[in-house]
Design a protein around this ligand. Sequence first.
Ligand SMILES: [Zn+2]
Length: 182
Amino acid sequence: MVRPRNCRRVGSMPESNYFKPRGIPLSMLEEVILTVDEFEAIRLADLESLYQEQAAEKMNVSRPTFGRIIESAHKKVAEALVRGKALKIEGGEFEMASIRKFRCYDCQHSWELPYGTGRPGNCPSCKSGNIRRAEEDRGYVGGLVEDKEGVVVGLNKNSSKREMSPNIAKRRGNPNNGHQYQ
Ligand SMILES: [Zn+2]
């Protein structure tokens, strides 16, 4: 599959994409735009405390590139905090990581698998068949914008992120139709 160069892999979209200082009307605020790949860099380096090498690997970029992304991200967050600006998270060159999360309802074990490997039949920990896609994996399904090859390229702002269309729900229920959401 041909992908644009430098496409940064993002494992998680922001729960909320707008932060503003309380008590100041939006019209009076300056905005800082944090791109989704910068948001991901903060998540990996500052929240998950990954080393830059590991974080760079997760985002499919070189370590120096990761260093530049996180530096820019820190500057923007600092600017918003210190200067009292609104922080908006949007845009950037990225694709969603092709990872599916599963959870076992019997032992609560959870694990991740890449797309294209088929739905697992049993929990790798206790062998139970009582497994489901993990809830945190279902966030943006209704609002994802995909390119022709099914690579997620962004969010559809007109669509609620918690909404799951009946079609997608149906596709999820059928493990043999080859769709990426299986
Ligand atoms: Zn289990």
